[in-house]
Design a protein around this ligand. Structure first.
Ligand SMILES: Nc1ncnc2c1ncn2[C@@H]1O[C@H](COP(=O)(O)OP(=O)(O)O)[C@@H](O)[C@H]1O
Ligand SMILES: [Mg+2]
Length: 371
């Protein structure tokens, strides 16, 4: 039994479908990330979980109890909104204490809980300030502290770092991860986080599992590692990873016992990986889209056996890596290679793909043929 379970949740807004038969099970104590492009239904899904939006169809259970129709205050969840939504006329202390004051908690308990939450996110010195006297990062911490004092069963966070600049975002990301780790080890109530983002780096670094959403549905739910290494379909394969996975349309062909990927008269051996796909499909030739991540595109000398002939168009130093733009036939490919490798613009090279890092997708269904 899942801790929090969404079954066939659908949300329609005057005819348009924002969430489409979405199934999701979240385990207690996990950090689940909903990742997807703008407009794919992430916020709507989170608001439905919080009870701020009512689903058109479907069921939600928390610890086995049906909460589909429960109002937000009965769900024992706390949400950190994208725009933070602090009360401008209240001090930081009162912003954090607001919920506790509302449910008539005693003054001593409020003092204790606010201090504890403020300490957890490192804002003890700011309790008497007003939101407009805080930096973006400090406001962010207040918003998190406001959720913390409720010790909710589930924390819901909607792009909580999107308003911060890149450097601060990376710092806050690590803090959130640490906060979750500490809460998830707590004895009473494990901190269960559902975190919405369109940023794949946030998703991969924070999530114990990541649900990739597209057009109101979850297209893949897996660990960050599996999402990166075993994308189930073309959407997940290109949404995760930067620079994006290279995709080449072509065909998979049997060549005396083994298999090769061919496009525009070029062929590259794929060995057992390709042969398995062909024998499962029971054919000698089939159209496929080959996917290869830039770091798995390898560069050899021109004319190397089994390599594709390519021309180096540009070399972009990124510090840790060089990004190489290559032209093969009329296709452009991106490779990420060590800066120690002497590769020059205009040079003819040989390109090959690590077979175990190669993905093959069905051009029609867009599913990964390797499973
Ligand atoms: N209150 C609303 N009324 C009408 N359409 C809405 C409303 N809220 C969201 N939508 C639509 O639902 C879709 C999903 O929106 P949203 O959940 O905000 O996506 P995301 O958070 O992934 O960017 C979008 O097409 C959006 O325009
Ligand atoms: Mg949103």
């Amino acid at each position: 039994m899942g801790f929090l379970k969404l079954e066939k949740i659908t949300k329609r807004f005057s005819g348009s479908v924002a969430v489409d038969h979405l199934d999701l099970e979240v385990e207690e104590g996990e950090f689940l990330v909903l990742l997807g492009p703008s407009g794919c239904g992430k916020t709507t899904t989170l608001r439905i979980i919080a009870g701020l939006e009512v689903q058109t169809e479907g069921k939600i259970t928390l610890e086995g109890k049906d909460i589909s129709d429960a109002p937000p205050e009965r769900r024992d969840m706390a949400m950190v909104f994208q725009n933070l939504a602090l009360y401008p006329h209240m001090t930081v202390f009162n912003n954090i204490a607001f919920y506790l004051q509302n449910i008539r908690t005693s003054k001593e308990t409020i003092e204790e809980k606010v201090q504890h939450a403020a300490q957890t996110v490192g804002i003890q010195e700011l309790l008497l300030r007003y939101p407009d006297q805080l930096s973006g990062g400090q406001r962010q911490r207040v918003a998190v502290a406001r959720a913390l004092v409720r010790s909710p069963k589930v924390f819901l966070l909607d792009e909580p770092l999107s308003s911060l600049d890149a450097k601060l975002r990376a710092g806050m990301r690590s803090e959130l991860k640490l906060l979750h780790k500490n809460l998830s080890q707590s004895k009473e109530r494990k901190g269960t986080f559902i975190y919405v983002t369109h940023d794949q780096v946030e998703a991969l670094t924070l999530g114990t599992r990541v649900a990739v959403m597209n057009k109101g549905s979850i297209v893949q739910l897996s660990t960050p590692r599996d999402l990166y290494n075993k994308p189930r379909n073309l959407f997940a394969s290109t949404f995760v990873g930067s620079p994006s996975m290279n995709l080449i349309e072509g065909s998979l062909e049997r060549t005396n016992g083994s298999a090769a990927f061919c496009f525009q008269g070029h062929c590259i051996g794929l060995g057992d990986v390709g042969a398995g796909v062909l024998s499962r499909a029971n054919c000698a030739q089939m159209p496929v889209v080959l996917g290869i991540r830039p770091e798995s595109v390898k560069i050899a000398g021109s004319g190397a056996a089994g390599a594709l002939g390519a021309q180096v168009i540009t070399v972009e130093p990124l510090g840790q890596n060089n990004l190489i733009n290559l032209q093969v036939g009329d296709r452009m490919l991106i490779a990420l290679v060590s800066p120690d490798l002497a590769i020059h613009e205009g040079e003819e090279v040989g390109v090959y793909f690590q077979p175990e890092a190669t993905h093959l997708f069905d051009p029609q269904t867009e599913e990964n043929l390797l499973g």
